[in-house]
Design a protein around this ligand. Structure first.
Ligand code: 5GP
Ligand code: MN
Length: 342
């Protein structure tokens, strides 16, 4: 929990921070936010990742300091693992030999750390890093604020998703006060794409299909399309959201061919339709409305499986929407929240 993290930071010196493979806005924003926080406390700290910083996040302060490595190859007093469902998600060899601090906002995370600080009411781990600034008394500098703000807008879909709460807006407001220019961050994250992404989008969208009810849609991104567009698999990030902008569509799958017969699959849904359960069945994970996993087989087989499971999820509607709100009411009196108000 937060107080243990606070004590650890105070008593130790040499830290590393890592997050999952193919890091996203929350993993990088939160990792770099924590990096600046620890630097402000004069700690010896580095961010290590298995994969390089994607183009969209290269303008974040400190992104050039991220060390890409396949293994934890130095000695640390502790390694902070940001938003990972289990200890294998960072993809770093020998991570389990370290003193691990697990910081996450997914309720489903395994308690793999020696310290586990999990707050499933936080819209992004970024919100938790902001709370940690308050707990440690570190001033929220412009660097920290921009990193945390990036985490918030990426994990809440620019404040569109149901994880957006009053607290998210309060934190965002504090970050703007600390110097964040929202338009500048949004442009860096959402309007700095390479043209290859737009070409790939044209191809991927042309494959969209929906079932007879109109509630389930699916698309494919083949290696051939990527090649034609000169794009990478990552260029397809975000495409899965397009079909969901149609009113009838409640669940979507985008299958991205990683190698023949292997598909990184992004799942998205609206409201109480739960796609995290589907992802978990295939060794993946995520949130009720945004999850991912890897499917195998030929294209038709993999698509049929996703469509069948998405249809089931739409019929079942077992993602209890009220959970987040209930959890929020419970945390209302926690000191962390009081600090944000003050
Ligand atoms: P995306 O579709 O953008 O790749 O992933 C959506 C969300 O699903 C991510 O934010 C992450 O929480 C989760 N996710 C995606 N892939 C995996 C995976 O392989 N394992 C786990 N545990 N979560 C995943
Ligand atoms: Mn997150």
């Amino acid at each position: 929990m937060l107080s243990q993290v606070d004590e650890l930071i105070e008593s130790k010196r040499r830290f590393a921070i890592t997050s999952h493979i193919r890091p996203d806005g929350d993993s990088l924003g939160s990792s770099l936010g924590l990096y600046w926080l620890l630097r402000a406390l004069d700690k010896d700290v580095e961010v290590i990742m298995r994969d390089p910083v994607p183009h969209s996040y290269q303008k974040l302060a400190g992104s050039e300091d991220v060390r890409v490595t396949p293994a934890v190859d130095r000695a640390y007093d502790a390694v902070f693992v940001i938003e990972c469902s289990d200890i294998t998600r960072p993809g770093l060899v020998d991570l389990e030999k370290q003193f691990v601090v697990n910081i996450d906002h997914h309720a489903t995370t395994a308690l793999f750390g020696t310290i586990n600080w999990i707050d499933s009411t936080a819209s992004a781990v970024g919100e938790m890093i902001y709370n940690l600034c308050k707990a440690t008394g570190v001033r929220v500098t412009r660097e920290i604020a921009e990193c945390v703000y990036t985490a918030l807008i990426t994990d809440t879909g620019s404040f569109h998703y149901s994880n957006t709460t009053e607290r998210t807006f309060k934190v965002a407001s504090e970050l703007v006060r600390a110097g964040v220019k929202p338009a500048k961050v949004s442009e860096a994250v959402f309007a700095s794409y390479p043209w290859s992404k737009i070409e790939l989008l044209g191809e991927v969208l042309s494959t969209v299909r929906r079932d007879e009810t109109g509630s389930v849609a699916w698309m494919r991104q083949t290696l051939e399309m990527q090649e034609r567009a000169g794009a990478s698999e990552e260029d397809g990030d975000g495409f899965v959201n397009y079909p969901l902008t149609c009113d009838s569509v409640e669940a979507v799958a985008l299958l991205k061919e990683k190698e023949p017969g292997v598909y990184r699959t992004s799942l998205r849904s609206k409201g109480d339709v739960n796609v995290a359960r589907i992802a978990e069945q295939f060794g993946g994970g995520g949130h009720r409305n945004a999850a991912g996993c890897t499917l195998t087989g030929d294209w038709d087989e993999a698509e049929r499986t996703s469509v069948r499971l998405l249809k089931d999820a739409v019929e079942r509607r077992d993602g209890d929407i009220d959970t987040t709100e209930d959890a929020l009411i419970q945390t209302e009196s926690r000191p962390v929240r009081a600090e944000i108000r003050g």
